[in-house]
Design a protein around this ligand. Structure first.
Ligand SMILES: [Zn+2]
Length: 152
């Protein structure tokens, strides 16, 4: 009997009822109805600590966890979670968007060639933000530092 194994294989199993109850509470607190599907996707997203994931990656994990869901539903759910403040969207360019379970203000490294985001852990000060256009205010500054592996 391994609860850990059960958790990894099936987020909707009874083995993590505590997690599901907590997630349902979190969803309700965020103003979202805790449907079975939302709770199942939340368990996959938030059940393993902070991470960055693209819609396709979450879809693959849902399929692997026997959570029947379309890619369109995945997109909808990710955007609902983002609007509710449960996720933070990180757009690398027009084609690549990641969803971050760490919603605190932080910057990212983007590993070119691996399409991977890493949180910038060391303090990073931005002491000069340009004046916003007339009638607007700065809400946040997000920096993406692009990196690649050095040649061996
Ligand atoms: Zn992050």
């Amino acid at each position: 009997m391994s609860d850990t194994l059960q958790l990894e294989q099936s987020p909707v199993s009874a083995g993590n009822a505590g997690l599901q109850t907590r997630l349902a509470t979190d969803l309700r607190a965020a103003g979202l109805r805790p449907t079975r599907q939302r709770v199942a996707l939340a368990a996959i997203l938030f059940g393993r600590g902070h991470r960055h994931i693209a819609a396709e990656g979450l879809h693959d994990e849902a399929v692997a966890a026997n959570v029947p869901v379309s890619l369109a539903t995945i997109y909808n759910t990710l955007h609902q979670f983002t609007e509710a403040g449960l996720l933070r969207q990180v757009a690398i360019d027009g084609a690549r968007t990641y969803f971050d379970t760490n919603v605190s203000d932080h910057h990212h490294f983007f590993v070119e060639g691996e399409n991977r985001l890493i949180d910038v852990e060391s303090p990073m000060e931005i002491d000069s933000v340009p004046a916003p256009p007339p009638g607007m205010e700065v809400t946040s500054v997000e920096v993406i530092v692009r990196v690649r592996r050095k040649p061996a």
